[in-house]
Design a protein around this ligand. Structure first.
Ligand code: ARG
Ligand code: ZN
Length: 853
């Protein structure tokens, strides 16, 4: 049944306290629950407890076994007469059989849980909604040899051994929490232990729990945790609140990680790192995800969501917080560029397609499908815009007000915006449209100059999205600055323009020389800008703009215009791009990490997103042509950069080390694109000599696009060297799935039969199937074989793991963006998926919506 935001009703019963007793066993775990329930209005309402795949073995009310309960769909309905009761239930579940990885499941011989959003109901009967906050006492009993470590939320209370080879432990979490934050872990785990002393002097025991063999790969995560704890105190004034904070890494996990109170559970790819197996990108991502989950302790756990329509309340805000953290660890400019690139790669297409939805959705069939880039990343942009409008000091005051006012409650997005208004002293009534209107606003900007006066004409338009045909103008905070075309100097300070109407003009007086427009600096609003700036203007900004994001953006726009001309007309003049890239490479004042971002061409998908009809072959050819010309025209520079950034020094994860590796691998890519005869040998030498995964994988990604014998050699060496390391094997699969070769689909289909491939592990499924589906040219082969392959895999995966299958569907929903022949082939696969018997509601919702849209 479809759930609607407007149907929200407060719960009829509250559950202040819960006791859970687990007799853990992978084949048959007994769960006994004791719920103290109190009526919350609604006289006569029976108690309704959610369940999913459960059967009650016993129902006891106030100490007496009853049988007047009934099952309605999956709910256990118990008639109750009084105002408060004690309910006891018992169920049996099989973690071993749980391939969905929601609820209690086995991973690598250990037992763990995932409850967000609606997994707790797969463990025990409970009002499984985020506005029912309970304190939990958890007792676990398990075989001691097999599961020597027993962890749950909160603080450990007591533990002991039984005579039958089992042992037990009790944990208590004093903070009332929703059921989605429940967690337990039982396993054979080793701990990297640390401590953190909070600013008020509380000593917190930290633990990163992994397989003993992985212990050496946990220092980076532990360090990131400590850094995050200090950062949240310093920047947001938020202190940790329990005596222990544990993180457990598991190999089988549907997403990145989970913020369970005091017991975060992570996909091992966001914990484990050493130079030999993790790239710089992995190190960055680990720190960001550790920070994200830690920050949820306040933005998510202390203040949670009233209902799942409010999901962005915790996710958008927490992404904004983790972005701020990462920006503070290294180059803020490069971090912003990466975040915007990610937003454009996943959220903009979502907003422009059949699955578009507002940051606060109005309805859903399956909540798991709404853990989207719109909720997370566009949601973070909404917080960023409010922070920009308020300015840092008032934003901090407003956040303090929010944390103070709503601590211990389940809140709404509206509550957050109200605090921004009250704490910031601003009126955000019109701004609220950002929560309800889907679609990426388009802003057109044209600048006129006439006798000392410049007039900037801005117009905005929000495109229609499914269910929302007419849109109102939105509040867009645009950071703007003008530069003099002759002097290269700024003409006055930066301004923050709040564009609120469909059309507005802004006048700048005293503008003597021809002005060049720098707009949406720092990407202050998540919009697309169409301007009348010429190639010369963009090249000028790429050299002179003092805002690093705007400088990067001008270069991207120049490249994009050139690539679009190339794709549409079959050829383009590459000189302006070549000159701008040359100047960027030659500018000694620039940070190499920034240069590496600035000289990379926009992706094939992003080029396609700018066109009314995507022609993947034409886009690929235009992009390769420009890459080749850049490689040849600047050949000497690429060689020099490559050599200059090749040092004998051992790997160090430092900003300087990262920057050098990044620019060096970009240079290697251009050397290969130039067609240089020694390119494969150069890549292979790097592959063999590298003392770190960043350089090894960089070399492999270059080799894998070519047809040299060294390609096969490198793939074999890589596979044999890392055949025991699942996370690195994921890279082996992914790199091949992203290859630009003509035979990539055949190669991927063969890899799907490889003994190391399995759909049962979400990381592995994503590394091959997910990566292939974003390989624009290979996936969109004109014969439709790419679409058929994806649909086959999704149908198979859906039987095991509906959530992960549904997450991989969106590339098939982009049929309106392609020519009618491809569109028809995509629709046929979507129809085949929808018609599959026994399909999950997860995959059904995504596929059926993709057909409509
Ligand atoms: N709250 C987790 C996080 O952002 C992710 C949970 C995802 N749950 C889901 N059903 N997709 O950190
Ligand atoms: Zn989150």
């Amino acid at each position: 049944a479809i759930k609607r935001r407007q149907d929200y009703r407060p719960p009829a019963w509250l559950v202040p306290n819960v006791d859970l007793d687990f007799a853990l066993d992978p084949g048959a775990t007994r769960v006994r629950a004791r719920l103290e329930v109190t009526r919350n209005g609604g006289a006569g309402e029976p108690l309704r407890l959610d369940g999913d795949g459960l059967t009650p073995l016993a129902v006891i009310v106030d100490g007496v076994a009853v049988n007047d309960w009934r099952l309605e769909d999956d709910q256990l309905v118990i008639p109750l007469t009084g105002a408060s009761h004690v309910i006891e239930t018992e169920v049996e579940i099989a973690p071993d059989q749980n391939t969905q990885l929601m609820g209690l499941y086995s991973s690598g011989g250990n037992l763990c849980t995932q409850c967000e959003a609606e997994g707790f109901r797969r463990i025990t009967y409970f009002p499984d909604r985020p506005d029912v906050l309970a304190t939990y006492r958890v007792r676990m009993t398990a075989d001691k040899a097999r599961y020597p470590v027993l962890l749950a939320n909160g603080d450990p209370i007591a533990s002991g051994d039984n005579d039958d080879g089992t042992h037990w432990a009790e944990w208590h979490d004093p903070f009332p929490k929703p059921s989605y934050l429940f967690a337990l872990v039982a396993g054979d785990l080793a701990c990297n232990a640390g401590t953190f002393t909070t600013r008020s002097g509380r000593e917190v025991q930290l633990g990163i729990w992994v397989r003993a063999a992985d212990l050496a790969k946990t220092d980076h995560a532990l360090h990131a945790l400590k850094t995050s704890m200090a950062w949240d105190e310093r920047v947001y004034g938020r202190e940790y609140d329990l005596d222990v904070f544990n993180i457990v890494a598991v190999d089988d996990f549907n997403f990145g990680a989970m913020e369970n109170k005091g017991l975060n559970i992570f996909n091992s790819r966001y914990i484990l790192a050493d130079p030999d197996t993790a790239t710089d990108y992995d190190y960055d991502a680990i720190a960001a995800v550790v920070a994200h989950e830690y920050f949820h302790n306040w933005s998510g756990n202390r203040i949670t969501c009233r209902d799942w329509f409010q999901l962005s309340l915790k996710e958008g805000f927490t992404v904004f917080r983790d972005q701020g953290f990462s920006a503070d660890q290294g180059s803020a400019a490069v971090k912003r560029i990466e975040d915007v690139r990610g937003l454009r790669a996943s959220q903009f297409p979502e907003d422009a397609g059949p699955l578009a939805h507002p940051v606060r959705p109005e309805s859903y069939l399956e909540i798991s499908n709404f853990y989207t880039s719109t909720i997370y990343n566009k949601g973070a942009e909404l917080i960023r815009m409010m922070a920009t409008i308020l300015g840092p000091a008032r934003f901090r005051t407003a956040c303090d007000l929010y944390f103070d006012r709503f601590d211990g409650t389940a809140a709404t997005c509206e509550d957050f915006v109200t605090c921004m208004e009250e704490g910031g002293g601003v009126d955000l009534s019109r701004f609220r449209l950002w929560y309800s209107q889907a679609g990426t606003p388009r802003v057109s900007a044209s600048l006129e100059h006439d006798g000392g006066r410049a007039t900037l004409r801005l117009a905005q338009q929000v495109p229609p999205t499914p269910g929302q045909s007419a849109k109102e103008p939105m509040v867009l905070p645009l950071r703007i600055r003008l530069f003099g075309a002759e002097t290269g100097q700024p003409l006055g300070p930066e301004q923050l323009v709040l564009l609120e109407e469909a059309n507005e003009s802004i006048v700048f007086d005293g503008v003597a020389e021809r002005p060049v427009l720098s707009i949406n600096r720092g990407f202050s609003a998540p919009v697309t800008i169409e301007s009348d700036r010429t190639a010369a203007d963009l090249a000028f900004l790429a050299r002179h703009d003092d805002d690093p994001f705007a400088r990067y953006e001008a270069m991207q726009q120049l490249m994009l215009d050139t690539l679009i001309a190339g794709a549409v007309e079959g050829q383009a003049d590459h000189r302006a791009v070549i000159d701008a890239v040359a100047d960027t490479l030659d500018d000694p004042a620039l940070d190499p990490a920034f240069v590496a971002e600035a000289v990379l061409l926009p992706s094939e998908s992003f080029i396609g997103d700018q066109l009314s009809t995507v022609d993947p072959e034409a886009i690929y050819r235009a992009r390769e042509a420009l890459r080749g010309d850049l490689g040849r025209a600047l050949a000497e520079r690429w060689r020099n950069i490559y050599e200059a950034n090749t040092s004998g020094a051992a790997y160090a994860y430092t900003p300087a080390g990262k920057g050098a590796r990044r620019i060096r691998n970009v240079a290697l890519g251009y050397i290969a694109a130039s067609g240089a005869s020694d390119a494969a040998a150069l890549a292979f030498r790097q592959f063999e000599q590298a003392d770190n995964m960043t350089d090894r994988q960089g070399a492999l990604s270059t080799l894998v696009n070519g047809d040299s014998d060294l390609r096969e050699a490198a793939l074999d060496i890589f596979y044999n060297r890392y055949s025991g390391n699942g996370l690195v094997l994921d890279k082996w699969f992914q790199t091949q799935a992203l290859s630009t070769r003509d035979d990539t689909l055949e190669a991927v289909a063969a890899l799907a039969e490889h003994p190391s491939f399995t759909l049962a592990n979400p990381n592995r499924a994503r590394s091959l199937i997910g990566a292939f589906a974003v390989n624009q040219r290979a996936f969109n082969r004109a014969d439709g074989a790419g679409y058929r392959f994806l649909a086959d895999q999704l149908i198979a995966l859906d039987r095991l793991n509906p959530q992960t299958a549904a997450k991989l569907l969106p590339p098939l929903g982009r049929w309106r963006r392609f020519d009618p022949a491809r569109g028809a082939l995509m629709r046929a696969e979507l129809e085949r998926i929808v018609a599959t018997p026994g399909l999950s509601k997860d995959l059904f919702e995504q596929a059926s919506k993709s057909l409509q849209g």
